[in-house]
Ligand binder design. Structure first.
Ligand code: FPP
Length: 227
């Protein structure tokens, strides 16, 4: 039987390789992150040409605090600038922001900006979920704790307390830069996801790469989905 194959509703990306991109071009690491944000912007713009309902991006892990202070500052400043410059575009393009992670632990001005952005985009139909101060083990532990406080600890009760609770099931997890590991990202959610490790450094990742990834996903679904 031939079919169209299931399409990916929820795609998550581990955006890796900003540092290596900058190094190859003999630029400071900060430039790699800056170009990384441009790649994010282009990708979010391209969402309307896909059937993706939710794109989840790993922007800052709870382990990233261990990086040199300068770099952490750069990343936080990029975050500030990104929210400020791109919020009107999210609103105009019907993009709803969602945050995964212990984001209340970020600087108070960033928390305030995020609260504002969450509120202003709350009616959007397509979700951009950003993992900030995120770690999967901590996410599962806090969900299990809350489930226990409520009564029974079951898969369903844990799932209800994951940061991803309002999102569709994860279909496809992509990591750029050729590294093949999950780095404490969406460990629970990835249980049934397809995974794709691409040999492209994040600042070079374009909407075309995403389209190829979606085609790859559809092809895998066609092969394994039916009989
Ligand atoms: C990995 O590259 C990337 C990160 C640690 C952060 C990803 C952040 C961005 C793309 C910019 C911020 C995002 C938003 C949404 C404002 P790396 O530095 O680990 O690269 P390397 O492994 O080559 O050193």
């Amino acid at each position: 039987m031939s079919g169209e194959g299931r399409h990916a509703r929820h795609v998550a990306i581990i955006m890796d390789g900003n540092g290596r991109w900058a190094k190859r071009k003999h630029l400071p690491r900060a430039m790699g992150h800056r170009r990384g944000v441009e790649a994010v912007r282009e990708l979010v713009r391209s969402l309307k040409d896909t059937r993706i309902e939710c794109l989840t991006l790993y922007a800052f892990s709870s382990e990233n605090w261990k990086r040199p202070e300068d770099e952490v500052d750069d990343l936080m400043n990029l975050m500030r600038r990104f929210i400020k410059s791109d919020l009107p575009e999210f609103i105009a393009n019907d993009v709803k922001l969602h945050i995964l992670g212990d984001w209340q632990g970020l600087a108070p001005d960033i928390v305030a900006m995020l609260e504002d952005a969450l509120e202003k985009t709350s009616h959007g139909s397509r979700t951009l979920a950003v993992a900030l101060n995120y770690g999967s083990h901590a996410e599962i532990a806090q969900a299990a704790r809350k489930a226990a406080e409520e009564g029974e600890v079951t898969e369903e009760s844990i799932e209800r307390h994951l940061y991803s609770a309002p999102l569709p099931p994860l279909d496809l997890l992509i990591r750029t830069s050729g590294e093949i590991r999950l780095s404490n990202f969406l460990l629970w959610q990835a249980a049934y996801a397809e995974m794709l490790f691409v040999d492209v450094l994040w600042p070079d990742f374009t909407p075309d790469h995403l389209k190829h990834a979606l085609a790859d996903f559809a092809e895998r679904e066609r092969r394994f989905g039916g009989r």
